[in-house]
Design a protein around this ligand. Structure first.
Ligand code: GLU
Length: 487
C-alpha cells in the first residue's frame, strides 16, 4: 500500500479556555507532522451551538501562537480544504448524510425529546446498563417519512448501527480494540437544528482533509468505534488512530484543578512561565526518549518524537514542581540581551511581561543578580521591586540595635570615596568589627532598611546598582533623620 502523506490535525471546540492539556496534544500532533515533513492542520469544531462561547476561537488561536506553534492549514492561513470552521461546512455534512440515507445506513428520526426521555426512563427501570434508542422510527415507511418531512415535523438523522458486528480497530499506542456493535447506540448524525454532531463532522472532515493520523486524548477511545462504523458505512479508508494519556493532577484526583494552580494554557504564560519551558515540560507528559536527556528544543523533539515511545498508561501526572524547575532552568540559561537572530533575551521578556513598568536599562543591570534566583518572570517583581520604588520598612522586624546599626552604615557609606562592591564590603565589615556588632544582625537590619525585605539578592551588589544617593536616602528615611546627604 502506498504510504499516505502525514497529515495531523488539532480540532479545538470553542467552548471555553484552551487547556494546557490541549497544548500537549497539539504539540504531539505538530511534532509528528514536522518529523515526516507533513502538514499540521487546525480545524475549529464549532457545531455545538449550546456550548459555543463567543470570542473563544480567537483566544484559542492567540494562545496557540503565543506558545510559538503554527499550523500549516486552518483559520487565518487558509489551505486547500477551506473552510476550516465546521459551522461553515453544513452543506458538506448534509450531503454526506444524504449519502448514508440513500445507502440505508442512516434514517430519519422524528421522536420528540419527551418520548426519548420516557423511553430512557423505562429502560433504566429495567436496569439497562446504557440506554439506547429503540429504533421506533426505523419502522416508518417511505410515505410516512415523506409526509412528516412535508409537514415540517422536526427530525434528527441517526446512524443505523449494524447488528451483531464486532467493531475492531487498531490503535497505534494501545493496540487492537474491539467492541460489539450491540454496545453502540444509533447515534445522531444531524441534529434537529441542522448541525452535525461531533461524531459525524469529525469523520467527514478527517476524511476530506486527508488526515493520516488522528492523535488525541484517550478519553476519545469510547467514541472511536462510532467513527469506525461511519468510515465503514462510507467505504472510506480509516486514518491511523493514536490515543494518548490524559493529564492528572500530581498527587490528587483525576483532572487538573485550579486549586493547585493554573489550568488554562494562557494562565501559565500569565504566571511568568516561558513558552519554551512549558513546551519542554509538556513533551514529557506521555512520552519519553528513553534517555536521561530532559532539556529539549522543539527541533530536537521533532527529531526524537515517536508514537512507539508514547506511554501506554491511562493518565500521566502533571508535576507542577517539575514545571517550576524546568522554567528556572530556562531562565538561567537565557541570554540577557536580545540575540542577533531577533530572539528576545530575558531583559526584553521581563520588560514585556510587566508591560514596560520597569526600565529596561535597570532590568539589564540587575538581571545578573536575579537570573539564578527567579523561577518565573513574575518572581522578578518580588525580588527586584525595591530597585524601582522606595520600600515600605516594617521597623518591628528590625533588631533592637537597629538605630546603631543604621547610623553606623550611614557614617561609613557617606565617607566612602569610591562606590564599588569591595569598597562597601571593606568599609562596612571593618566598622562592624570595630563596634563589636553581630555581623548577621547588622546586615539583616541594613538589608531590610534598604530593601524592605529579609530576602533579597546579595545586598552589597544590590546597593552598588542602587547608587550612593538612593541608599543613603533610604537609610536616613528609616532613621528619621533629615536627608542631609553630603558627598
Ligand atoms: N473537537 C474535539 C475536542 O474538542 C476534537 C476531538 C478529536 O480530536 O477528535 O477535543
Amino acid at each position: 500500500m502506498e504510504e499516505k502523506r502525514v497529515r495531523t490535525r488539532m480540532a479545538p471546540s470553542p467552548t471555553g479556555e484552551y487547556h494546557i492539556g490541549h497544548i500537549r496534544t497539539l504539540l504531539y500532533n505538530w511534532a509528528f507532522a514536522k518529523k515526516y515533513n507533513g502538514d499540521f492542520i487546525l480545524r475549529i469544531e464549532d457545531t455545538d451551538r449550546e456550548r459555543f462561547v463567543a470570542g473563544a476561537t480567537d483566544r484559542i488561536l492567540e494562545v496557540i501562537k503565543s506558545y510559538g506553534l503554527v499550523w500549516d492549514e486552518g483559520p487565518q492561513v487558509g489551505g486547500p480544504h477551506e473552510p476550516y470552521f465546521q459551522s461553515q461546512r453544513l452543506e458538506i455534512y448534509q450531503k454526506h448524510a444524504q449519502i448514508l440515507l440513500d445507502k440505508g445506513a442512516a434514517y430519519y428520526c422524528f421522536c420528540t425529546e419527551e418520548r426519548l426521555e420516557k423511553m430512557r426512563e423505562e429502560q433504566k427501570a429495567r436496569h439497562v446498563v446504557s440506554t439506547k434508542y429503540d429504533r421506533l422510527c426505523l419502522k416508518l415507511d417511505k410515505s410516512e417519512i415523506e409526509k412528516k418531512l412535508k409537514d415540517k415535523v422536526p427530525y434528527v438523522i441517526r446512524m443505523k448501527v449494524p447488528d451483531n458486528k464486532e467493531i475492531t480497530f487498531n490503535d497505534l499506542v494501545i493496540g487492537d480494540i474491539s467492541v460489539p456493535s450491540s454496545d453502540i447506540d444509533d447515534q445522531v448524525l444531524i441534529k434537529s437544528d441542522g448541525f452535525p454532531t461531533y461524531h459525524f463532522a469529525v469523520v467527514i472532515d478527517d476524511h476530506l482533509m486527508e488526515i493520516s493520523h488522528v492523535m488525541r486524548g484517550n478519553d476519545w477511545i469510547p467514541s472511536t468505534p462510532k467513527h469506525v462504523l461511519l468510515y465503514q458505512a462510507f467505504g472510506w479508508d480509516m486514518p491511523y488512530f493514536a490515543h494518548i494519556p490524559n493529564l492528572k493532577e500530581m498527587g490528587a484526583g483525576k483532572k487538573l484543578s485550579k486549586r493547585f494552580g493554573a489550568v488554562a494554557a494562557k494562565e501559565f504564560l500569565d504566571e511568568g512561565y516561558l513558552p519554551e519551558a512549558v513546551l519542554n515540560f509538556l513533551m514529557f507528559l506521555g512520552w519519553n526518549p528513553g534517555t536521561d536527556k530532559e532539556i529539549y528544543t522543539l527541533n530536537e523533539f521533532v527529531k526524537d518524537f515517536s508514537i512507539e515511545k508514547i506511554h501506554k498508561t491511562d493518565l500521566v501526572a502533571f508535576d507542577r514542581n517539575k514545571l517550576l524547575w524546568m522554567n528556572s532552568q530556562y531562565i538561567q540559561k537565557s541570554q540577557i540581551s536580545d540575540l542577533p537572530d531577533g530572539k528576545a533575551g530575558l531583559k526584553s521578556q521581563i520588560f514585556k511581561f510587566f508591560g514596560g513598568k520597569y526600565d529596561a536599562a535597570v532590568i539589564e543591570k540587575i538581571l545578573p543578580l536575579l537570573q539564578t534566583r527567579i523561577k518565573t518572570l513574575k518572581e522578578f517583581a518580588d525580588l527586584a521591586g525595591f530597585f524601582f520604588e522606595k520600600p515600605k520598612v516594617d521597623k518591628k522586624i528590625l533588631s533592637n540595635n537597629w538605630k546603631n546599626h543604621l547610623s553606623m552604615a550611614v557614617e561609613v557609606l557617606e565617607s566612602l570615596e569610591k562606590w564599588g562592591k569591595s569598597d562597601i564590603d571593606e568599609g562596612l565589615l571593618s566598622a562592624v568589627k570595630e563596634k563589636n556588632f553581630k555581623t548577621g544582625e547588622f546586615f539583616m537590619d541594613f538589608r531590610i532598611a534598604v530593601t524592605g525585605s529579609k530576602f533579597t539578592p546579595p545586598i552589597n551588589e544590590s546597593i552598588v546598582i542602587l547608587g550612593k544617593y538612593e541608599v543613603l536616602k533610604r537609610l536616613k528615611a528609616v532613621l528619621g533623620s533629615k536627608s542631609n546627604i553630603k558627598y
